[in-house]
Design a protein around this ligand. Sequence first.
Ligand code: WT7
Length: 654
Amino acid sequence: MSSQIDHLLTETRRFAPSPEFAASAVGTAELYERAAADREGFWADQARELHWHKPFTQVLDWSNPPFAEWFADGELNVAYNCLDRHVEAGLGDRVALLWEGEPGDDRTVTYGELTDEVKRLANVLTGLGIEQGDRVAIYMPMIPEAVAAMLAVARVGAVHSVVFGGFSADSLRTRIDDAGAKLVITADGGYRKGKVSPLKPAVDQALADRGAGPQLTVEHVIVVRRGGNDIEWNDERDLWWHDVVPAASPDHEAQAFPAENPLFILYTSGTTGKPKGILHTSGGYLTQAAFTNRVVHDLHAETDVYWCTADIGWVTGHSYVTYGPLANGATQVLYEGTPDTPHSGRSWEIIQKYGVTIYYTAPTAIRSFMKVGRQVPAQYDLSSIRLLGSVGEPINPEAWMWYRKVIGGKKAPIVDTWWQTETGAIMISALPGVTETKPGSAQVALPGISIDVVDEEGNRVGEGNGGLLVITEPWPSMLRGIWGDPDRFVETYWEKFQKQGYYFAGDGARLDDDGDIWLMGRVDDVMNVSGHRLSTTEIESALVAHESTAEAAVVGASDETTGQAVVAFVIIKQSYLDAHSPDGLATSLRQWVGEQIGPIARPRDVYIVGELPKTRSGKIMRRLLRDVAEGREVGDTTTLADTAVMSVISAQLK
Ligand code: WT7
């Protein structure tokens, strides 16, 4: 890490926007001036880009921090903003989704068609008793119905909780129970890595396997047929989408809901074992998602073909697949599968096929493309690309430069966008027509956003120094809380800098001499693997839940492709050590974690050790384990209860 930091600080390459790009850019320098002069007025202007059934008269209510309200006396319908208003403006024939299935089947969905589907589904939901405020879990592959499901839930004022299709039945159950979902919308299965990956069976398992757990709140399951895989059916509970949706009325008038009506819950990993249900509401969220999508991605909805590769199971898929682009009337690619199926040029093939102009992906994907080599993208015509984006983790300057040259043809500006599930929308990024970009730096707070880097006491560190990233003023798309746990909301984000009233993001950052921000990774026990957030504690809990494990410690070790990788150190009970080979134990533990949480949480390495490094008070010193996992000389061990333990561990791993 320290050599990486040195490297970053010597980065001197600069890329100014071309005059042609700047001339027609959506985001301009005036936005900064306007926002600096009147921050709330600036956000009110952005909010007025939406359709309000009842216009708001108040902008921000911060009288009860950290519980913010934005545009609170206004009323709107989020789905109406993403659909009907475009159709009413005569854009019903504009393509909303250019859908590409992994096997190569494709479908085009216009705004008119999507509106029709969402209206019918909204009628189905109402018929099933879904009302304002009810929670609906969505566990789906990347198909148009997934987007329609989110919008239909929003349309009736209910709250969706999308669970990533790669999560296990267990993770799904925890999320369904925590939210008290009344309905699940799923598919039989979806295509991933060349085969059908089943989803409905996991829903059945999540709903059936109650044990001593909470009572089942789910009344119905709506199932889209996609994979064609065999599934079990519960006549009382399950409904086929293709039976109920086409049969429903296409007439549905969007009702207005208050700006602060909850829109969605999205679970994310924190520093404890239990995932947090991050709560977002309607008016402020949609305002900032749509605004940032326009100015950061330089979206010209009439002409651009936009592609954000995120799954709808993550916040990026919420803000930059569903809500931002559709609120803006954009035409976008939606791809079901993985970028290397059936061949390593799949992404470039899609860009060529649809003439993608804006491409937004994660550094981990870029690094795996680099590994395969530039000869693969070179076989495709990528000349349509005019803007590139990066999100989810720091992008190293090498990957940035490769992205620019090989994918962007040395002309497309790159925006490195920093934000979080909690922030709801992009917070730090270049504006591509304004900012001179620097490889590896996310750079500047967006207009209307106030960011700083401070020390442990909350004092500004100033240019040239490092510290903790904070958000110093409330913002429209900020989380409104953690579902069912207001205390945890306050503790996690607001207690550390309570005196100043700052939001603590959990990221380390540096300011360079120009005042540009360089993100330095998490400062807590949260890992970032392929741009996905994982909690060390959550994986440790899964490991010790296995009968063979006595104790476990997990660290995020740097990894060439995935940014960080999960590395586990486990102490195995003697009886298991006697009866099984270490390799066999390690394999079954990797598999176990995959089943408990999901394949993304599966450790890259499992090391079986005799002891773990602990302080005198019994706290595991993960820093030392990270040194070992990254093949470095082990750091200062003087605070260990037993200073010899690290040499024993290091020797064991050689
Ligand atoms: C964490 C949030 C933002 C949507 C996807 C991830 C890291 C995110 C960047 C970036 C450096 C980044 C941070 C942040 N992160 N974007 N451009 N540069 N780090 O959302 O799962 O909520 O994770 O991802 O560490 O805290 P998330």
